[in-house]
Write a new protein. Structure first.
Length: 135
């Protein structure tokens, strides 16, 4: 009776804990932070726009850090930033229609679509019993 040894199982494929789309969005949020800071500086004479740019820029920084650390709040903050950017772009579009308002709208829409990709959402989804403090 001969015993046929089983060949060793191939090693499991390497999976990164962070999908590349999450890293890309973190970098895109930092680019957006730069654009919002520039918006605030160039519109310093318009305090509403400058303040909105600063607040959204700060929230974009928090979201980028959350994406880099895969914190659940990072995704929520990123969606809030995009909503704020789109609202600010609409405000600017109705007030004075600068060219950069259209660029802000296109960038915001692309980011929202990118944020709703399945692999991005799966990276921030937690099991129901995984979040501390919940009963």
């Amino acid at each position: 009776m001969t015993v046929h040894p089983h060949p060793p199982a191939p090693p499991p494929p390497r999976t990164s804990p962070r999908p590349w789309a999450v890293t890309a969005i973190a970098w895109l949020l930092l680019v957006e932070l730069g654009g919002l800071a520039a918006l605030a500086v160039f519109n310093i004479a318009r305090p509403v726009v400058a303040l909105a740019g600063l607040v959204l820029g700060l929230l974009a920084l928090v979201a980028a850090i959350g994406f880099a650390r895969l914190r659940r709040g990072g995704w929520v903050n990123a969606v809030l930033v995009q909503g704020g950017v789109l609202a600010l772009a609409l405000y600017l579009d109705f007030r004075s229609h600068p060219m950069y308002a259209d660029i802000m709208m296109v960038y915001g829409i692309i980011m929202v679509l990118y944020l709703h990709q399945a692999d991005v959402q799966a990276a921030f989804r937690l099991a129901p019993d995984a979040e501390p403090g919940l009963p």
